[in-house]
Design a protein around this ligand. Structure first.
Ligand SMILES: Nc1nc2c(ncn2[C@@H]2O[C@H](COP(=O)(O)OP(=O)(O)OP(=O)(O)O)[C@@H](O)[C@H]2O)c(=O)[nH]1
Ligand SMILES: [Mg+2]
Length: 201
C-alpha cells in the first residue's frame, strides 16, 4: 500500500529536472530573457525592474516548472574573458539557448564565432538548441531570415539536433513563451532517447 501511495505521489508531484544554458555575447539580452521567463512561468515571482539589470559577472540561476518538467537555467556572462568558462557547464546541460542581439550587425561575426566554438563541443552533441533573434522591437533590426543567412555555414556544425531560430523581444516578453515551450518539448523528448555517449561511464 505504501509503495502504491508513494508511487502515486511521485507520479503526481515529482518533476524531471533539466539544465538549460543561456549563452551569447554580452549585451545580447540573456539576463533580461531569464527575468522575463521567470516572470511568465512562476506564479509568485515578482519580476525585477528590467532596466536595473547590469552585465553578468559569473552567472545567474533561475528555475521554472512547466508541467512535469523543472527547468534550471544557467545564464552565463557573455563578455569575452567570461566565454572561456562556458564549457565548464556543457556536460551537465540538456539544452542551450543562444541569444543574438539583432540590432548589432557589427558584432554578428563575433557572435557567430562564439556560437561555432560552443556548438562544436562534443559535450553538447545532440543537445537541443534554441537561437533567439532578440531585440526585435528595434526598427530595422536583423530579421530571422537575415540571421539564418549569416549563420548558414554553421549548419554542418549544428548537425543532427533539434534547432529553432525564434524572433524574440526579451524586454516585452514577445516570443518568450514560444521559445520556452519548444525547449521543454525537446528536452522531455530527448530523455526518452538512448543516452548520449558522455552519459555512458
Ligand atoms: N530594445 C531591447 N533591448 C533589450 C532587449 N533585451 C535586452 N535589452 C537590453 O540590452 C541590454 C543588455 O541586456 P542584458 O540582459 O543585461 O544582456 P546580457 O546578455 O545578460 O549581457 P551580459 O550579462 O553582459 O552577458 C540592456 O540594456 C537591456 O535592457 C530587447 O528585447 N529589446
Ligand atoms: Mg547578463
Amino acid at each position: 500500500m505504501y509503495t502504491l501511495l508513494s508511487g502515486l505521489y511521485k507520479y503526481m508531484f515529482q518533476k524531471d529536472e533539466y539544465c538549460v544554458l543561456i549563452l551569447g555575447l554580452d549585451n545580447a539580452g540573456k539576463t533580461t530573457f531569464l527575468e522575463q521567463t521567470k516572470t511568465k512561468f512562476s506564479k509568485n515571482y515578482k519580476g525585477m525592474n528590467l532596466s536595473k539589470i547590469t552585465t553578468t559577472v559569473g552567472l545567474n540561476i533561475g528555475t521554472i516548472d512547466v508541467g512535469k518538467a523543472r527547468l534550471m537555467f544557467w545564464d552565463l556572462g557573455g563578455q569575452e574573458e567570461l566565454q572561456s568558462l562556458w564549457d565548464k557547464y556543457y556536460a551537465e546541460s540538456h539544452g542551450v539557448i543562444y541569444v543574438i542581439d539583432s540590432t548589432d550587425e557589427e558584432r554578428l561575426s563575433e557572435s557567430k564565432e562564439a556560437f561555432e566554438n560552443m556548438i562544436s563541443s562534443e559535450a553538447l552533441e545532440g543537445v537541443p538548441l534554441l537561437v533567439l533573434a532578440n531585440k526585435q522591437d528595434v526598427p530595422n533590426c536583423l530579421s530571422v531570415p537575415d540571421i539564418k543567412t549569416a549563420f548558414s555555414d554553421s549548419a554542418p556544425k549544428i548537425g543532427k539536433r533539434d534547432c529553432l531560430v525564434q524572433p524574440c523581444t526579451a524586454l516585452t516578453g514577445d516570443g518568450v513563451n514560444e521559445g520556452i515551450e519548444w525547449m521543454v518539448k525537446c528536452v522531455v523528448r530527448n530523455i526518452h532517447r538512448p543516452p548520449r555517449q558522455k552519459d555512458i561511464t
